[in-house]
Design a protein around this ligand. Structure first.
Ligand code: NAD
Ligand code: UDP
Ligand code: UDP
Length: 342
């Protein structure tokens, strides 16, 4: 790669599910990648295969504290993403989103770096507009169990936009809808990882509510394409961009497809619906299509087959029994990895 196109890129939360895929892609493109993570939910295993690469560096650091490094681009992904993890220490979740954003924006301002924020479809809350467009302001409970995440991410969007207005920063805000694939943590309580682990181990599939709530699932490779396109777009957008797969399914459908794809004999078992669980989610990706020339390519079945292969290999490689994948039954929350007793 020519020195002119080789960039120094910081990825916060780089040892997590999405971050590790992003680091891998950027390293393969020949950039100098600095992965910063406090291993709250991410693991060294996720990036172990990159540690020997000369253009990859790992730093243990918490983004709620200042960080002084010299980089050209920053992808700010640091934040627990699964409900059981972000609700375990809600004050820390808000601090990570808000103080983390301030520190990374301060860094971007000092070194004149472009900066990307991993925002979320959760900024729409229990949406009253369907599918969700970027100009919808959302319907968010400010004091519920999901608020630490939803409002933290909303405040981070405000900070990004104000650093742009006030200090002229070059920003990108991606509103990421549910994404799945290899390297999701098996015990993170998210629906795809839960159902995969349950199906592959012959345990009951824990369907919350009556399973008629919907989500739209994007395969991780498609999402990483979109991240990099958004960062690289010349004509950078003033506002946030929805990234996700518009193919919407009910949780009952996804349970049935995972059971079929894994050849499982597991039965569905109804459990109570968590508080403030959004009723439906579907991204309107017109802006991403137009601006990035991007749309997801991976079908749900292909993505689930690849994901099942990953979880099957993990189960086979692990002789220890994995923690109960059902976060909604019994415990109020489950400890993130960095706080697990083991
Ligand atoms: P993840 O939990 O696997 O990764 C988050 C990473 O951030 C972990 O490696 C964790 O250890 C690290 N981290 C957390 N707090 C930190 C701190 N204070 N300092 C440094 N590192 C810290 O989650 P993910 O699914 O990879 O999500 C990545 C980003 O994308 C998050 O910001 C999340 O909000 C956003 N997002 C993800 C999805 C999705 O479906 N996966 C959807 C919407 C938004
Ligand atoms: N900051 C950082 N790295 C830098 C520059 C700034 O972590 O390279 C932090 C700094 O600690 C500050 C925050 O970013 O708390 C916001 O910086 P900014 O310059 O916007 O504001 P100020 O320093 O005036 O509070
Ligand atoms: N869900 C479920 N069973 C599970 C885990 C989740 O039915 O074992 C449901 C959950 O109630 C929600 C949907 O699946 O309606 C997506 O949940 P997830 O935690 O993956 O993501 P989010 O709610 O943040 O979109």
């Amino acid at each position: 790669m020519k020195e002119l196109t080789r960039k120094r890129i910081l990825v916060t939360g780089g040892a997590g599910f999405l971050g590790s895929h992003l680091c891998e892609r950027l390293v393969a493109q020949g950039h100098d990648v600095l992965c910063v993570d406090n291993f709250y939910t991410g693991t060294k295993d996720n990036i172990a295969h990159l540690l020997d690469c000369a253009n990859f560096e790992l730093m243990r650091h918490d983004v709620t504290f200042p960080l002084y490094v010299e980089v050209d681009e920053i992808y700010n992904l640091a934040c627990p993403a699964s409900p059981i993890h972000y609700q375990y220490d809600p004050v820390q979740t808000t601090k990570t989103s808000v103080h983390g954003a301030i520190n990374m924006l301060g860094l971007a301002k000092r070194v004149k770096a472009k900066i990307f924020q991993a925002s979320t479809s959760e900024v729409y809350g229990d949406a009253l507009v369907h599918p969700q467009t970027e100009d919808y302001w959302g319907h968010v409970n400010p004091i519920g169990p999901r608020s630490c995440y939803d409002e933290g991410k909303r405040c981070a969007e405000t900070l990004f936009t104000d650093y742009r207005r006030q200090h002229g920063l070059s920003i990108r805000i991606a509103r990421i809808f549910n994404t799945y694939g290899p390297r999701m943590h098996p015990a993170d309580g998210r629906v795809v990882s839960n159902f995969m682990m349950q199906a592959l181990q012959g345990q009951p599939i824990t369907l919350y509510g009556d399973g008629s709530q919907t989500r739209s699932f994007c395969y991780v490779d498609d999402m990483i394409d979109a991240f990099i396109r958004l960062m690289n777009t010349r004509d950078h957008p003033a506002g946030p961009v929805n990234l996700g797969n518009p193919h919407e399914v009910t949780m009952r459908e996804i349970a049935e497809r995972i059971v079929a794809i894994t050849g499982s004999t597991s039965a569905l078992e109804l459990r109570s619906l968590p508080i403030d669980d959004p009723w439906h989610r579907q991204p309107d990706i017109s802006r991403a299509r137009e601006l990035l020339g991007w749309q997801p390519r991976t079908s749900l079945d292909d993505g689930l087959v690849a994901t099942a292969r990953y979880f099957r290999a993990r189960i086979q490689a692990s002789s220890m029994s994995l923690p109960d994948a059902d976060a909604n039954a019994g415990a109020d929350f489950a400890a993130p990895l960095a706080h697990s007793p083991t």
